[in-house]
Write a protein that binds this ligand. Structure first.
Ligand code: IMO
Ligand code: MG
Length: 428
C-alpha cells in the first residue's frame, strides 16, 4: 500500500512537520487533510527552522507534489503571506502546489467572531489559536461557508462576501457589541490575494486516487493531534476538525479502502497549548526543564506550552482510534538530562484504577495519573543515528513504551535537524 497517514497521538506539536518532511525522501505527494493555519509545523531548512501553517511540510523538498485537500479551512490572506514568506527563504511554490477548490475559506469575519466569542467565554475560554478555525468549520456545516474555488469568479464572490459580511456584522455588533467590518476595505485586500492564489486551484481528489492506484507514495500530513479531534478529543477543549485517520477520507476524497498505514507521532513526553484537562501535567522544575530543553513554545501563537510526562492511557486510546501499529517517537533528546523519567500507566478515578481514557473532559479532569518511574540515561542522544548508538536506558524507555502501549516504534527523532533520526524500520 502506497499511502501513509501521519497523525499526532497527543494534543498536537508532536513533530509531525519534521517527520513528514523527513519522510519526503520516499514520498511523491504530501497532503494536508484538515485544520488550517492553526497548525505550526516546524521544519529545518538549511539548518534554520521554518514554520509552515497551511503549506504542507513537503513544500521545501524538490520533486514533491503538495496538496491542500478539501477538508482544510484556508485563510487566503494568511496563505498568500505564507507563500511570500517561504519564497523569500528560497522555497519554490509553483507547480509543486495545489489547493483543492472545495476547501472552505477562513474569512476576516470568522476571526472577528472567534475573538469576540473567546472573550465572551471568559474563564471557560478554549484558548484557541485565534485563526478563525471554529467559526469557519461551523459555517461550512451550517451551509454558510464559501469554498476557495469561489475566488476564481471574483465578481460573484464579491456579491456573496458583501451579503455575508452584512449578516456577520449583525452578529458582531448586536451580540458582542463589536465594531462592524468594512466589506469594501476587506475586498480590496482579498482581490490581489485571489489573483495570487488562482493558479494553484485544482480539482484534487481524482489526482490523489490516481496517484495511489499508480503506486506513487502519498503522505497524508495530519495537523493538531488525536486528543484535539472534534469527536474523539477532550471536547469542548478541541479543535473543530477530524484530526484522526478517519479525517483523511472525508478531507481528501480518497476512500478508506485506498488508505494504507497510519503512523502515530508521539512526543517522548506530553505538551498541550490552550485550556483543557491534562492528567500528566507538571508545573514544577521538571516542567521548566522540559519547556526550555524542548523549546516548548507555540509555533503559531508563541504561547508557552504546558508540559508533562508521557501518558500511556491516552496513547493507547489514540492508537485504538487511529488504527496505529507503529509510532515515531520524537524529541527523545529533551529527556537526556533527567535522572528518572515518569510514565503514566493508568488512571485512578474515585478510588479505582482504570486504563480507560474518559470520553468527557469533566471525567478526565478528575483522574489522577498512576506512574512508573524509569531510570534516565543522563547522556546525550542527539548524535545517535543508529539503534546501537542510543544509551541502553534510552532504549529501555522506548521498549517500555512499546510494551505498555502494545505498539512498534519505527524511528526516534533526537533533534530538530532533519538527519537527527534513528531509524528502526522504514515506512514505505
Ligand atoms: P499542530 O498541527 C497544538 C489547540 C489550541 C486550542 C485548541 C483549539 O502544530 O500540532 P483552534 O484554534 O484550533 O480552534 O484551537 O486546539 N491547537 C493546537 N495545539 N498544536 C496545534 O497544531 C494546534 N492547533 C490548535 O491551542 O487549545
Ligand atoms: Mg505545532
Amino acid at each position: 500500500m502506497s499511502s501513509v497517514v501521519v497523525v499526532g497521538t497527543q494534543w498536537g506539536d508532536e513533530g509531525k512537520g519534521k517527520i513528514t518532511n523527513a519522510l519526503c525522501s520516499d514520498a511523491d505527494l504530501v497532503v494536508r487533510f484538515q485544520g488550517g493555519a492553526n497548525a505550526g509545523h516546524t521544519v529545518s531548512l538549511d539548518g534554520v527552522p521554518i514554520v509552515f501553517h497551511l503549506l504542507p511540510s513537503g513544500i521545501s523538498v524538490p520533486g514533491i507534489q503538495n496538496i491542500i485537500g478539501p477538508g482544510v479551512v484556508i485563510d487566503p490572506i494568511a496563505l498568500a503571506a505564507e507563500i511570500t514568506g517561504v519564497t523569500e527563504r528560497g522555497v519554490e511554490v509553483g507547480e509543486n502546489f495545489l489547493i483543492d477548490v472545495g476547501a472552505h475559506m477562513v474569512l476576516p469575519y470568522h476571526k472577528a467572531i472567534e475573538a469576540a466569542e473567546e472573550r465572551a467565554r471568559g474563564d471557560s475560554a478554549i484558548g484557541t489559536t485565534h485563526r478563525g478555525i471554529g467559526p469557519a468549520y461551523a459555517d461550512r456545516c451550517a451551509r454558510d461557508g464559501i469554498p476557495i474555488g469561489a475566488l476564481a469568479a471574483f465578481d460573484e464572490f464579491r456579491r456573496r462576501f458583501e451579503e455575508t459580511v452584512g449578516r456577520k456584522n449583525e452578529h458582531l455588533v448586536r451580540l458582542y457589541g463589536e465594531e462592524p467590518l468594512d466589506a469594501r476595505a476587506l475586498l480590496e485586500q482579498l482581490r490581489p490575494v485571489a489573483l495570487s492564489l488562482a493558479g494553484y486551484l485544482a480539482d484534487t481528489p481524482e489526482i490523489l486516487r490516481a496517484a495511489i492506484r499508480e503506486d506513487r507514495n502519498v503522505l497524508f500530513e495530519g495537523a493538531q493531534g488525536t486528543l484535539l479531534d472534534v469527536t474523539f478529543g477532550t471536547y469542548p477543549f478541541v479543535t473543530s476538525s477530524s484530526t484522526t485517520a478517519g479525517g483523511v477520507a472525508t478531507g481528501t476524497g480518497v476512500p478508506p479502502s485506498l488508505i494504507g498505514e497510519v503512523i502515530g507521532i508521539t512526543k517522548a513526553y506530553t505538551t498541550r497549548v490552550g485550556a483543557g484537562p491534562f492528567p500528566t501535567e507538571v508545573t514544577d522544575d521538571t516542567a521548566r526543564m522540559i519547556q526550555e530543553r524542548g523549546a516548548e513554545r507555540g509555533a503559531t501563537t508563541g504561547r508557552a506550552r504546558r508540559c508533562g510526562w508521557l501518558d500511556i492511557v491516552a496513547l493507547r486510546y489514540s492508537i485504538a482510534v487511529n488504527g496505529i501499529k507503529r509510532i515515531i517517537v520524537t524529541k527523545l533528546d529533551v529527556l537526556d538530562s533527567f535522572e528518572t523519567i515518569k510514565v503514566c500507566v493508568a488512571y485512578e478515578i474515585d478510588g479505582s484504577r482504570t486504563d480507560r481514557f474518559p470520553r468527557t473532559a469533566d471525567e478526565l479532569r478528575r483522574v489522577h495519573p498512576v506512574y512508573v518511574e524509569i531510570p534516565g540515561w543522563m547522556s546525550s542522544t542527539a548524535e545517535a543515528r543508529q539503534e546501537s548508538e542510543l544509551p541502553p536506558p534510552a532504549l529501555a524507555y522506548l521498549k517500555q513504551i512499546c510494551k505498555l502501549a502494545d505498539v512498534d516504534i519505527c524511528s526516534v527523532s533526537v533533534g530538530a535537524k532533519g538527519e537527527a533520526i534513528v531509524e528502526f524500520t522504514s515506512i514505505f
